[in-house]
Design a binder for this molecule. Structure first.
Ligand code: FPP
Length: 245
């Protein structure tokens, strides 16, 4: 049915949603957590293999302290309240980013649920936390450089597969579809290496408004795109035994 195997989402617009409702920003994040619940459930129902959510960027640490604290408490609440949802639906929870920066009161229950769900096969749910694409690439490059300097790796052997294996997302397929809400048309340091050939889909609606209809529309748009990976349209059609221009 040509579904995207991996969907990645930049969940943007929580603050604006709250402001439009006359609510404090943290209420936007709270409503955003409900949209996370809906979206995880919908992706699992649809049969998506991997879903990656940009929940907290490396740069988000620079937000006002009370907002950072509120987001950390929401993450803790998510891990606690969604435990049954994750385990009961055969979802494997993982996380990418500089996880050591997370406060222990978030990191410990998060790691415990990651471990508890590690053998689940239904869908991989990855939370990007304290995550930055450039930072991830630098970490991978440093690790490879250390191996080369120690004489354990020939630089000539560093190909795409070797590099990808050093990223936090090692083992996950690259995202096929990247969704961003709230009308911003940028990728904001998210999965920079991995989205090289992702199809992009944007909506003006904010993340707390995102629902099954948005997801279905994004997937439908994805299904109508022709992914060429640098080839011509004719080559792509010929590979599936069709003709056209
Ligand atoms: C961007 O909106 C959103 C974030 C920085 C945080 C995303 C967090 C959640 C969706 C809730 C918690 C996550 C989980 C997994 C439970 P913004 O605040 O930058 O919005 P704005 O651009 O309108 O200010």
């Amino acid at each position: 049915m040509n579904l995207p195997r991996h969907i990645a989402i930049i969940m943007d617009g929580n603050g604006r949603w709250a402001c439009n409702q006359g609510l404090p920003r943290v209420e936007g994040h709270r409503a955003g957590a409900k949209a996370v619940h809906r979206t995880v459930r919908a992706c699992r129902e649809i049969g998506i293999e991997a879903l990656t959510l940009y929940a907290f960027s490396e740069q988000n640490w620079a937000r006002p302290e009370p907002e950072v604290e509120a987001l950390m408490h929401l993450l803790l609440e998510y891990v606690r309240t969604e435990r049954q949802e994750i385990l009961g639906n055969d979802i494997r929870l993982t996380a990418i980013g500089d996880l050591e920066r997370l406060p222990p009161f978030v990191r410990e229950p998060l790691f415990a649920l990651m471990e508890e769900s590690a053998s689940n096969q239904g869908m991989v749910l990855t939370l990007a936390l304290s995550y930055g694409g450039r930072e991830e690439i630098l970490r991978a490059a440093r690790a490879l450089a250390r191996e080369a300097a120690a004489g354990r790796l020939d630089p000539a052997d560093i190909d795409e597969a070797a590099f990808a294996a050093g990223l936090d997302t090692a083992g996950l397929p690259d995202p096929d579809l990247l969704i961003r809400t709230s009308g911003e048309l940028r990728v904001s340091n998210f999965l920079l290496w991995q989205i090289a050939y992702a199809e992009l889909w944007f909506t003006e609606d904010t993340w707390p408004e995102f629902d099954r209809a948005h997801l279905d529309l994004a997937i439908e748009c994805y299904r109508q795109r022709q992914r060429r990976f640098g080839r011509t349209g004719e080559q792509v059609l010929a590979a599936v035994g069709a003709t056209g221009c």
